[in-house]
Design a protein around this ligand. Sequence first.
Ligand code: Z5A
Length: 209
Amino acid sequence: MIRSNGARFITVEGVEGVGKSTNIRFITQCLDSAGVNYVLTREPGGTVVAESIRHLLLAKQEENLCELTELLLVFAARAQHISQVIAPALANGTWVICDRFTDATYAYQGGGRGLSMSVISQLETLVQGDLRPDVTYILDLPPATGLQRATQRGELDRFEVEKLEFFDRVRAAYLDRARHEPERCIVINADASLETVQSDIRRHLEGLL
Ligand code: Z5A
């Protein structure tokens, strides 16, 4: 969707340790150089309430979080994030750069946990109306490589302790999203040097500026 005020909604996705944070820093540097006004945010999270929900989602607790609770919490955080941050920014012409969004729900809760894609799609419509990202960079690499990078960073969260097969399903779901929406979803090979990854991102980003 091209907004009449020129604002863009860009999301960055991928399995753990794929390099989202690193490459989001690069994207914001490109936007800074181009003088673009943007907000940088993340999911789950992005507001005080949504960050509290993030804590519930990521912390390892004695009580098992059932899959449907996880799905509803993700969308509860998203509803808050949209109303407080994303929608107001886009409405006043500010670009939004978001570390993960609803493609992560299709990938983790749909692909990883095996919840119904059609239920996810219904919740997406309920919570977002017609709000969708304009561009989504899907950083892709074999999950074993990403997990190795994530493990080197320290203690693992509630998702990172999942088995490799879980992340294989997450990756497959992301690639499936990209196959169905090739205009929006730009798959970047993240199993390459950082220089190569960033030059791929820059090439696409320049087309938006
Ligand atoms: N989740 C969900 O289930 N459903 C949803 O709807 C949403 C989220 C929105 C939190 O996400 C969790 O929420 C997530 C899914 C779930 N699962 N987990 N865990 P998160 O985005 O906060 O957490 P994360 O995926 O673990 O991201 P991360 O830990 O911040 O990793 P990253 O940002 O992708 O990686 P990085 O920190 O940029 O890079 C990792 C390391 O690799 C670092 O040392 C880099 O220097 C290095 N690196 C990066 N790129 C390269 C290249 N190209 N070569 C070599 N080394 C590299």
